[in-house]
Design a protein around this ligand. Structure first.
Ligand SMILES: [Zn+2]
Length: 198
């Protein structure tokens, strides 16, 4: 079985970002008509992720996963039996545009796109082939792995014992922040944090 590809409905933007962080190929458009979701899914052989019972009844829908919860971690937990979380590659996809992330071979290529502090303290950088956003591997990656373990080990549908807290993607100063190449400095990092956390 090849790697699963997805398209998420308009209600699942946050889930789409999380799945991208985990390395899954997930298309998401905040304003898209149902029939277009179905069309793209068929053309590109993508599984539709939806919370919309109305969409479920639409003609032409083939592969589809209905997501019941509106809580992000419950949603991820629901998906854990359907997706291969064991094989995820953290930082595999751009959270903004779903582009493929490529290793930056020469660190100096990205010098002007990241804060000095980051440039001097990190060595492994990756860049989105789609929008050019630069990411760096650090504890951010570790946190993603920890979150995956939490998802895999949490009881299903208990609600209570499951942490609904987002991993702190900007926790340790800017080292964990994601930053857009056109938004140097902390303002950009903060904005990106909001974006991730919705
Ligand atoms: Zn991108």
């Amino acid at each position: 079985m090849g790697k699963m590809k997805f398209i998420a409905d308009a209600m699942l933007g946050r889930l789409a970002k999380w799945l991208r962080l985990f390395g899954f190929d997930v298309l998401y458009y905040p304003h898209i008509e149902d029939r277009l979701i179905i069309k793209i899914a068929r053309e590109q052989e993508r599984t539709v992720l939806t919370r919309d019972t109305h969409l479920l009844r639409k003609k032409g829908l083939k592969d589809c996963i209905f997501v019941e919860s509106d809580d992000i971690f419950m949603q991820l937990s629901e998906l854990r039996n359907r997706l291969d979380f064991d094989k995820v590659s953290p930082l595999g996809r751009c959270t903004v545009c779903n582009g493929v992330l490529l290793k930056v071979s020469q660190k100096k290529e990205i010098k002007e796109y990241v804060p000095d502090f980051i440039y001097h303290n990190f060595n492994d950088f990756i860049k989105c082939a789609g929008c050019g956003k630069v990411y760096w591997k650090g504890s951010h990656q570790k946190k993603i792995k920890e979150k995956i373990i939490e998802i895999l080990s949490a009881p299903v549908a208990s609600g209570k014992s499951f942490s609904s807290e987002d991993p702190d993607l900007s926790g340790q100063g800017r080292a964990n922040s994601l930053i857009r190449p056109d938004e140097k400095g902390s303002a950009g990092a903060d904005r990106e944090k909001e974006r991730i956390e919705d």
